[in-house]
Design a protein around this ligand. Structure first.
Ligand SMILES: C[S@@+](CC[C@H](N)C(=O)[O-])C[C@H]1O[C@@H](n2cnc3c(N)ncnc32)[C@H](O)[C@@H]1O
Length: 285
């Protein structure tokens, strides 16, 4: 008999399970309203007929907004989760967009295309690269010199307590404060040019979409119905909701930045200015 490596709670509340069910209610799998996505895209406007890469594209939430916002854009989307890519392809087909989007199952680190893009979106997966700075380093060669990158990144809005770290299965070092995060971006040789901090209401709407999606599965079923699984799914939903309300609500924040690469030749000079500013700020009374 195959060895079971995950508990039933983990199966039900795995990211794949939750996001597949939240997507119909909340297409972008991060705490962002459509109007925020549009505003961020407006601030990341690039060349005519832009080539766009979305790394960790999920179910295509950002891609479909980009294709709508920029009718001249074409996109490549990569995600490791085959079920997400399958659904995103079906949606592209249904919307008549298949010729403008190339959706691939692949790993964000190993399967990146050998091509340059005008805009790269990488929202909500710095841990796949081992952190924000390695992510910026890895994606730099894929961005054209005048290009823009949109990155989505968790931040600590206040110091996390033990319970928060426990429910998130995280450590303090996994995220920085807003200031620490911006310093990391600058340290990696990038110029942040826009930032959107998800509001409490955007966070609530996103988490409630996840809770609602799972509850629909429990009570209404996915065609076949949750059946005998219903009580288990409801219990898992309750734990999921509890972890949010009593664990990380108001502590884990989410920032979306638009960043531009600083040419390599200027990086040492800019880094020394940044260091001087930080030292000066730290030593100011
Ligand atoms: C928080 S979701 C965000 C999805 C999408 N960027 C959005 O904003 O709607 C993170 C996504 O990254 C994908 N992912 C995580 N690690 C990955 C990796 N190593 N390679 C490719 N995709 C990965 C997950 O499958 C998931 O779809």
């Amino acid at each position: 008999m195959p060895q079971e490596t995950t508990t039933w709670q983990e199966r039900i509340t795995s990211n794949e399970s939750v996001w597949n069910r939240a997507h119909d209610i909340h297409p972008v799998l991060n705490p962002l309203y459509d109007e925020s996505v549009r505003r961020i895209l407006g601030r990341a406007a690039v060349a005519d007929a832009p080539r766009v890469l979305d790394v960790g594209c999920g179910l295509g939430g950002w891609i479909f907004k980009i294709l709508e916002f920029r009718p001249d854009a074409t996109c490549v989307g990569i995600d490791m989760e085959a079920s997400f890519i399958e659904r995103a392809r079906a949606e592209a087909e249904q919307r008549g967009l298949s010729d403008r989007v190339d959706l691939r199952v692949g790993d964000a680190v190993r399967d990146l295309p050998d091509e340059r893009f005008d805009l790269i979106v990488c929202a909500g997966l710095p841990e796949a690269f081992g952190g924000l700075e390695p992510m910026l380093e890895k994606l730099r060669p894929l961005l054209s010199p005048q290009g823009r990158m949109i990155i989505g990144q968790g931040i600590w809005e206040r110091e996390p307590d033990e319970e928060c770290l426990r429910v998130l299965d995280a450590s303090r070092e996994d995220h920085g404060s807003l200031e620490e995060t911006i310093d990391s971006i600058a340290h990696a040789g990038w110029a942040p040019v826009y930032g959107h901090k998800s509001t409490e209401q955007e966070w609530d709407d996103f988490v409630w979409a996840c809770v609602d999606g799972l509850t629909r599965w429990a009570l209404d079923g996915d065609g076949a119905g949750a059946g005998a699984e219903t009580p288990r799914v409801l219990l898992a939903v309750s734990e999921y909701r509890h972890a949010w309300l009593n664990g990380y609500r108001g502590t884990l924040g989410y920032m979306t930045f638009v960043v531009r690469p600083i040419p390599r030749t200027w990086q040492p000079l800019v880094a020394s200015y940044e260091l001087a500013r930080r030292t000066w700020t730290a030593s100011s009374p």
